[in-house]
Design a protein around this ligand. Structure first.
Ligand code: S3P
Length: 432
């Protein structure tokens, strides 16, 4: 894929697909609930398709009708032993959430993934589940994972790494475990699992205690299905938000975007940098807050972001780094260790590709320093992505300012935003 410099601004109202995190949960939770669920606006991307195929392999009746996904759930213990290994492609969310869910089922299963997912750490989910007596074998703490499903023991579990995937995997194990489990989260992360389970009637209670969150779950309560309207994805929106901010004569409106406060760090950061962003028409879809986001070209200044905000915007650092590259002063983004274990080592790739685009960048420990350039002298116009969709999309936006940039292995974009290129070109982007 080649992203060329644009002359005019970014203008219009692009369609943003359904939120990836909520789409995964919209398949997983109805599949273990009782009743029929119609899911609207579910993200139709490779990652979510892999979750859907996994539940079909686990015996759940799932069909598509018009644009909706119809899931006929039969309850907490209605899943069937799969006939073969479950392949999850590139999707870390599917791998961590399914490990938790399947560890309390009364059958065995094996989870596998693509080359990138097979390199990602799984000990982080296996360890807390083992405290509940789960029996899981890994390949040196990586996939393939073999789960010997059985009755688990309720426990008080501390989530030590700031990760919604780990927390959600443990919650999905606890809802099928007799007794009360308490899950303590020291760093608040995205809470879509808690919100959806509560709407489906789970005995799940959340108490906030300063920066700590205690989630109490009384297991074995059957869940009751209900229809879900998936809001649009803020992480996918962020690429177009930054494109509009950094290009002159731009004005876009993005509709029905999820602004769950555990996910909105990117909006807070860009506003702190001087971004002209307004959130209009705030409302709720299935207890998730949504709004319409209006963005205009802005003169951005650099900013210093503390580690605390990282978990509220962990997926947005690649595109935030592009915004910082066109600010009027330097930026420091602190505490980014988790970026090293995403679909790629994102910290390394952001730094490498920024340098190739003539931006001064350096990593000190887990902090990223970006000093915007005055002339953007391209040293190498090929962007290395290591098949990471968010690196590919972020540097496609960079190409609009300093291109042409050739984005390697850009087919990875299908994992989260299959329509990225056409939507971007419709509002003024120049990608072929
Ligand atoms: C996700 C949680 C985040 C995020 C990922 C989706 C989820 O991962 O990076 O894209 O849906 O729970 P971690 O929780 O591991 O940080």
């Amino acid at each position: 894929m080649i992203s060329e410099k644009i002359n005019l601004g970014i203008n219009g109202s692009p369609e943003i697909p359904g939120d990836k995190s909520i789409s995964h949960r919209s398949i997983i939770i109805p599949s273990i609930s009782k009743g029929i669920c119609e899911v609207s606006n579910c993200l139709d991307s490779d990652d979510v398709k892999n979750t859907l195929k996994a539940f079909v392999a686990l015996g759940v009746d799932i069909n598509k009708k018009n644009d909706k996904i119809i899931i006929k759930g039969k309850g907490l213990n209605s899943l069937k032993e799969p006939r073969s290994d479950i392949y999850l492609g590139n999707s870390g969310t599917s791998a961590r959430l399914l490990t938790g869910l399947l560890s309390s089922q009364n059958f065995n299963s094996v989870l596998t993934g693509d080359e990138s997912l097979s390199k990602r750490p799984m000990k982080r989910i296996v360890d807390p589940l083992s405290e509940m007596n789960a029996k899981i074998l890994t390949n040196n703490n990586k996939l393939p994972i073999q789960i010997n499903g059985q009755k688990l023991t309720n426990r008080d579990i501390e989530i030590k790494i700031p990760s919604a995937q780990i927390k959600s995997g443990v919650i999905l194990a606890a809802i099928n475990t007799k007794g009360i489990s308490r899950i303590v989260e020291h760093n608040i992360t995205r809470d879509h699992t808690e919100i959806m389970l509560r709407a489906f009637g789970a005995d799940i209670f959340v108490k906030k205690d300063n920066s700590k969150k205690i989630i109490t779950i009384k297991g074995k309560k059957e869940l009751k299905s209900q229809n879900i309207e998936v809001p649009c994805d803020l992480s996918s929106s962020a690429f177009f938000i930054v494109a509009a901010l950094i290009n002159q004569n731009s004005h876009i409106v993005l509709r029905n975007i999820n602004i769950n406060p555990t996910r909105d760090g990117i909006l807070r950061a860009l506003k702190k940098m001087g971004g002209r962003i307004s959130l209009n028409n705030k409302r709720f879809y299935n207890n998730e807050q949504v709004c319409d986001i209006e963005v205009e070209s802005s003169e951005l200044k650099g900013c210093d972001l503390e580690p605390d905000i990282a978990k509220l915007m962990i997926d947005e650092y690649p595109i935030l780094s592009i915004a910082a590259s066109f600010a009027t002063s330097p930026s420091i983004f602190r505490g980014l260790s988790e970026l090293k274990v995403k679909e790629s080592d994102r910290l390394k790739l952001i730094d490498l590709n920024l340098k190739n685009c003539g931006v001064e960048s350096k990593i000190v420990d887990d902090d990223l320093f970006i000093n915007p350039s005055k002339n953007y002298l391209i040293k190498r116009n090929t962007i290395q992505t290591d098949f990471d969709h968010r690196i590919a999309m972020a540097f496609a936006i960079m190409g609009s300012k300093v291109g042409p940039l050739q984005i390697e292995d850009s087919e990875s974009i299908k994992t989260s935003f299959p329509t990225f290129k056409s939507e971007y070109n419709n509002i003024g982007g120049n990608i072929c």
